[in-house]
Design a protein around this ligand. Sequence first.
Ligand SMILES: [Zn+2]
Length: 131
Amino acid sequence: MSKGQEKHQKRVNELLMLGKDLARRAHSKCELCAATGVSLAAYEVPPVPAEPDMDKTLFICAVCSAQIDNPGKMDPHHWHCLNTSVWSTTPVVQVMAVRMLERLVDSEGWAQDLYDQLYLEPEIQAWVENV
Ligand SMILES: [Zn+2]
């Protein structure tokens, strides 16, 4: 195995070790869309820390993670879940939810309304902008 692959594998293993704690925090539901009965995986929210940190990691379904990574393939209908997740008391969930909402504000009326109601703590706002 190359050095790069080794490093990647180490990261994957460390994230797997967080899985149990993440599942407990998420109550086995996708932390963004609340999907149940689907497989959930750790998703590190940028900026990614040097060491894996569950406070910087989401536990989400494949539909959410695929659309986070492919803004061009976003299905606005799926993201009505943000009506709930932008109010999450788990900071990393709230940060990612707000970032996703920001992608929709220009095209979706409901997203604009929700965005207007949003009040973020200064440290959450700073994290949202720290991409
Ligand atoms: Zn999801």
